[in-house]
Design a protein around this ligand. Structure first.
Ligand SMILES: [Zn+2]
Ligand SMILES: [Zn+2]
Length: 187
């Protein structure tokens, strides 16, 4: 089976360190994926923003990614936006993905400790970013939410859930990725 190529797509400015960490982390956990960082920054304009809420509309963003970025030799596109977003009836989302689909996106604003009035902690922040990225990519490879709370595929209702869970899938979720040729590090 050929390697699965993932495009990491900054939506607006994202620090190179974050993108580099993500690329390495994703390839480390989801072995079999090849991650490239797009050298083209795509701006997300105010038309994607709900001014009243002060949040981006994730549904519009993910549709935009699906319409504009899919193809070009990549099997999956993971957008990264340093902002806060909501989706449907959810007050906020850390990310969103198409189940079995080609696109996913993660939002960084609520992954920073500062958002919760805590001191900056780069290591904790990066770990959260990786967990959310693996989680959303997992959805694109057909994984649904997992009841095992340590599994990266468990649903995060809050940042505390994110901190509790691992960046790795459980054995059961990992085994489901094997049809894609992905040999995931797992719990
Ligand atoms: Zn999810
Ligand atoms: Zn699981």
């Amino acid at each position: 089976m050929g390697k699965i190529r993932v495009l990491l797509q900054p939506l607006g400015f994202i620090d190179e360190d974050i993108l580099g960490y993500l690329r390495k982390g994703i390839e480390h956990v989801l072995k079999g994926l090849i991650v490239d960082i797009s050298n083209r920054v795509i701006g997300i304009g105010s038309e994607f923003m709900n001014e009243k809420r002060g949040q981006y509309n994730s549904d519009l963003i993910i549709k935009f990614l699906a319409a504009n970025l899919v193809g070009h030799g990549y099997h999956r596109v993971l957008g990264v936006l340093d902002a806060d977003a909501y989706s449907g009836s959810l007050n906020f989302v850390f990310g969103e993905a198409y189940l079995n689909g080609p696109v996913a996106v993660i939002y960084l604003a609520r992954l920073r400790p500062e958002f919760y009035g805590e001191p900056s902690d780069e290591e904790l922040f990066l770990e959260r970013v990786l967990k959310e990225a693996i989680h959303e990519l997992g959805h694109t490879f057909g994984l649904r939410h997992c009841p095992f709370r340590k599994c990266v595929m468990s649903f995060s209702n809050s940042i505390w859930d994110t901190d509790y869970k691992s960046y790795m899938p459980c054995g059961r979720c990992a085994s489901r990725l094997m049809v894609y040729g992905i040999r995931a590090l797992h719990l």
